[in-house]
Design a protein around this ligand. Structure first.
Ligand code: GLC
Ligand code: GLC
Length: 627
């Protein structure tokens, strides 16, 4: 017999009672509101497990202890965010991402960059993983050895907390990763598992021989084939352990409810340090079932919703951002207020680069038309590139409708962006090129992929064009800091141990001090980029029509030109010319529109009773309903 919700709730309340704490109306209200969701999701996953009720009760107790330890300022934020759940839909939102060590040396050093973050207009700052991690190679910090300790080279947890507070008081939400699919092999749980402690062996997927690993690998995909084939690595004692990514990143075993409870505790610990947006790393991989790809299984969604419910109970100011870099049909399955209300938009990212290479905006236009709309209460995070490689995650079915073969097209795009395709402007590098499967992804900074080093004029245009889309599409724009001054690839990664095998380090360079120093000088490429982006950011922040999530495709009749309408506040019409020539949109496309519109970027009126001409790689934002 599976336990009922009533039984589970009274078990949890009894356990809470034994803590001997006085009732807290806010906690009790939130518990009553979100316990049903927590129970529904967890019982669907764990009802058959003998320890299910105990672990659930223990989870509720840790939620209460965590809530009690939460700072008053964060509790006030909890209430404010509950009252305004749409806070992240604002047109004033702007994200930035950086590695602490590469951008500023230490957390203290980063505090010195606050004036710059304000100059840029950031309202959210994603600091790349900054936890204790293996010394030489930690997959850029994504192999976490302790979720409760900052890497001593960067600073301390107290400094992180203090930085979170300083950011918050300036209206900047701290974003950190929750690397919850795996720990490093140096995490205490991993060490104890390796030492043969049963409780901790059960935190991971460990097999005595190759039988089950072979069976699983018949259907799983290879993620880091340069590091090891398949999904498993061998332990010194001859057993095999699940490691989807690097051999030192061991996948956690969420079929064990103690793992959910333990990671729930780590999550709430981070929430209490002042994290406001939690980037849910590698969400697709957290549940495994034989005979499947072991990606995006229903239980992965249930666990995310359970983590979310736990967060609503004990730290409701914090929201989840999903990192699912998968087929577009699958990406959206994570985007839900009860799961991850915000999500990377890898499709728009990849298709922006696709359109630059082909000079053809039709795949992009099709995606805006059919793949941009999210459920209410959710938002995309629009970015030009991240710390990771670019993979061509468009749907083959969508491409086929335009007569494009997905496999061939990906091969072309890879050739193009590593600069092997004749006439390519791009200066990227291959990442995890797999000759066996023909698979490959792309590394490179925005400036290098856009060919800034080959042709400055065209390179600047391309960088601005892609950013203009990230700033005009519905959602939160996210800048990779350094891109806004045109930072190029860093070839020195090949000499650094721990990085040499991973070409993504080419696009994770150190803070470009000289480029930043030139950012106000319009005679430099850095200055031209920065000043133009600053203007676009300012415009976006001043125009209410850029808030919220509504968008409609606008077919331009010209395959080089993407068009879409943001219908709020009178409407903003956006056009982006991916052609290397001037492109024209015929006036009859505007028949249903007012006669005149305000070109927001140029600051002048344009007549829609004439054809609209866009310069090579140019874009416009037209405010309708102004005249
Ligand atoms: C995510 C990170 C990536 C990392 C992987 C494993 O995809 O973005 O950098 O390698 O997870 O944690
Ligand atoms: C794979 C994963 C993605 C991760 C990437 C890291 O593509 O699907 O989650 O970001 O590898 O390179």
């Amino acid at each position: 017999m599976h336990p009922s919700q009533e039984e589970a709730y009274s078990t949890a309340l009894a356990a809470l009672g034994r803590l001997d704490l006085s009732p807290d109306p806010d906690f009790d209200r939130r518990l009553a509101a979100h316990f049903p969701a927590l129970f529904t999701e967890l019982s669907a996953v764990y009802a058959d497990h003998p320890r299910f009720l105990d672990e659930l009760a223990a989870t509720i107790c840790l939620a209460r202890r965590s809530y009690d330890a939460r700072a008053a300022e964060l509790k006030a934020l909890d209430a404010a965010r509950e009252a305004d759940p749409a806070w992240f839909q604002s047109n004033r939102m702007l994200g930035g991402v950086a590695y602490v060590d590469r951008y500023a040396g230490t957390l203290q050093g980063l505090a010195a960059e606050l004036p710059y973050f304000e100059e840029l207009g950031l309202t959210y700052l994603h600091l790349m993983p900054l936890f204790r991690a293996p010394a030489e190679n930690s997959d850029g910090g994504y192999a976490v050895s302790s979720y409760r300790e900052v890497d001593p080279r960067l600073g301390t947890m107290a400094e992180l907390e203090e930085l979170a507070g300083r950011l918050r008081r300036r209206g900047i939400s701290l974003t950190l990763d929750f690397v919850f699919n795996h720990t490093s092999n140096e995490h205490e749980w991993a060490r104890r598992a390796l030492a043969g402690e049963k409780d901790y062996e059960n935190f991971y997927w460990i097999f005595p021989d190759r039988t089950l690993p072979d069976a699983y690998e018949r259907t799983t995909r290879e993620i880091f084939p340069d590091d090891h084939p398949g999904s498993f690595v061998q332990l010194p004692d001859g057993r095999w352990i699940w490691a989807t990514f690097y051999h030192f990143q061991w996948d956690l075993n969420y079929s064990n409810p103690a793992v959910f409870r333990a990671m729930g505790g780590e999550m709430l610990f981070l929430a209490n340090r002042g994290v406001e947006i939690l980037r849910m790393d590698a969400v697709a991989f957290i549940w495994k079932r034989l005979g499947t790809t072991c990606e995006s299984l229903p239980e992965a969604h249930r666990l995310l919703r359970a983590f979310n419910a736990l967060c609503r109970i004990a730290a409701p100011a914090m929201i989840f951002k999903s990192e699912a870099i998968v087929h577009p049909d699958e990406v959206v399955t994570y985007v839900d207020p009860a799961e991850c209300p915000i999500s990377y938009n890898p499709l728009m990212m990849a298709l922006g680069w696709e359109a630059l290479a082909t000079r053809d905006a039709r795949l992009l236009a099709q995606a805006v038309e059919r793949r941009e709309t999210l459920p209410p209460g959710c938002a995309w995070v629009n970015y030009v590139r991240s710390h990771d490689d670019i993979g061509w995650t468009f749907a083959d079915e969508d491409a086929a409708e335009l007569g494009i073969n997905g496999f061939d097209h990906r091969r072309f795009l890879n050739e193009f962006y590593v600069g092997r395709f004749p006439g390519s402007f791009a200066q990227g590098e291959p990442f995890q090129e797999n000759p066996r499967t023909g698979d490959c992804r792309i590394a490179g900074t925005t400036a290098s992929l856009a060919g800034l080093g080959r042709d400055e004029e065209a390179g600047i245009d391309r960088i601005l064009l892609l950013h203009s889309l990230a700033l005009a599409l519905p959602g939160i724009p996210l800048l990779y800091l350094g891109d806004e001054v045109g930072q190029r690839n860093d070839p020195t990664w090949r000499q650094r141990p721990g990085e040499a095998g991973d070409s993504r380090w080419t696009h994770r360079p150190f803070r470009p001090a000289a480029l930043y120093a030139a950012r106000h000088d319009p005679a430099t490429a850095a200055g031209r980029l920065f000043l133009a982006l600053q203007r676009l950011i300012g415009l976006r922040k001043s125009i209410a029509g850029f808030s919220g999530g509504a968008v409609r495709g606008f077919w331009t009749g010209n395959r080089h030109v993407l068009g879409f309408l943001r219908p709020e506040a009178g409407g903003i019409l956006v056009f982006a010319n991916f052609g290397d020539e001037e492109s024209l949109i015929s006036t009859h496309r505007f028949d249903a529109l007012p006669e005149d519109a305000l070109d927001l970027v140029a600051g002048q009126m344009v007549s829609l009773r004439e054809d609209l001409r866009l310069p090579p790689r140019g874009f416009v934002w037209l405010a309708l309903g102004i005249a």
